[in-house]
Design a protein around this ligand. Structure first.
Ligand code: KIV
Length: 265
């Protein structure tokens, strides 16, 4: 029985109660409804939609207009889950831009916004939080920085990276973030951050010891069969679940339908 709207402060309460936070992305009305009806409490309209919905090579091409379009569609599902949305690349260069664009996403139907980075974007986070907009942090591998970084790299391997990640997480928690996504952080560092801060950590490719886990929905369902990050397969193996390959099944059904239309029984 699904009761009661999930709000950002409830994520903190879930961590305090020791409840793991299952989280998924969704970018449109039907998938948001399906994920919500499955009882997932945290849904992200991630800028990963740039790749899995719009065919861009990475998230740096996603615009505010793209985000607003998909947030509106997802919000029409009126999920019980907390519905968060990504501030896109170039959407939060200054505190003024961050706040204006966060407001646009909230007007489109998001209930929280997420942005990538730690201490360098603290003024932006403070502007968003001071305006009463729930904020979700994102540390570790930052997909919007893929060009500066020269690829998608695991973070936390060196002592300097470990110390920097912990300091960023503490700064985000102190600034009032409601939760922090940890992407491709080494499991020991993800564990250390999770123990060091009161707000929940939501891991992706960061081991099993975060307060929650998030996946790109298309990676869970196998509906973007052309590329699946290696950590997704390893995660399925770690939790003992066989990965669905819905994209391949869809191709089979479409081919069979086409064959029958062309050669009626
Ligand atoms: O854009 C996205 O989908 C994300 C998740 C991978 C956390 O940021």
């Amino acid at each position: 029985m699904r009761t009661g709207k999930i709000t950002a402060p409830m994520l903190l309460a879930m961590k305090q109660r020791g409840e793991r936070i299952a989280s998924l992305t969704a970018y449109d009305y039907p998938m948001t409804r399906l994920v919500d009806e499955a009882g997932v409490p945290f849904i992200l309209v991630g800028d990963s939609l740039g790749m899995v919905m719009l065919g861009y090579p990475d998230t740096t091409h996603v615009t505010m207009a793209d985000m607003e379009h998909h947030v509106r569609a997802a919000a029409r599902a009126k999920p019980r889950a907390l519905l968060a949305a990504d501030l896109p690349y170039a959407g939060y260069g200054t505190p003024e831009a961050a706040l204006a664009n966060a407001r646009r996403l909230i007007e489109a139907g998001a209930e929280a916004v997420k942005a990538e980075g730690g201490r360098p974007i603290l003024p932006q986070i403070e502007a968003i939080v001071s305006a009463g907009i729930p904020f979700i942090g994102h540390l570790g591998m930052l997909p919007q920085s893929v060009h500066q970084e020269g690829g998608y790299k695991i973070k936390g391997k060196s002592e300097a990276e470990r110390a920097s990640l912990v300091a960023d997480a503490v700064a985000l928690a102190d600034a009032g973030a409601a939760a922090i996504v940890l992407e491709l952080v080494t499991p020991p560092v993800a564990r250390e951050i999770t123990a060091a801060i009161k707000i929940p950590t939501i891991g992706i490719g960061s081991g099993l010891e975060c307060d929650g886990q998030i996946l790109v929905l298309h990676d869970l369902l196998g509906t973007f069969p052309w590329f699946t990050p290696g950590f997704v397969q390893r995660y399925f193996e770690a939790i003992g679940l066989t990965r669905l390959k819905a994209g391949e099944e869809m191709r089979t059904v479409i081919s069979e339908w086409k064959r029958l239309v062309e050669n009626p029984p």
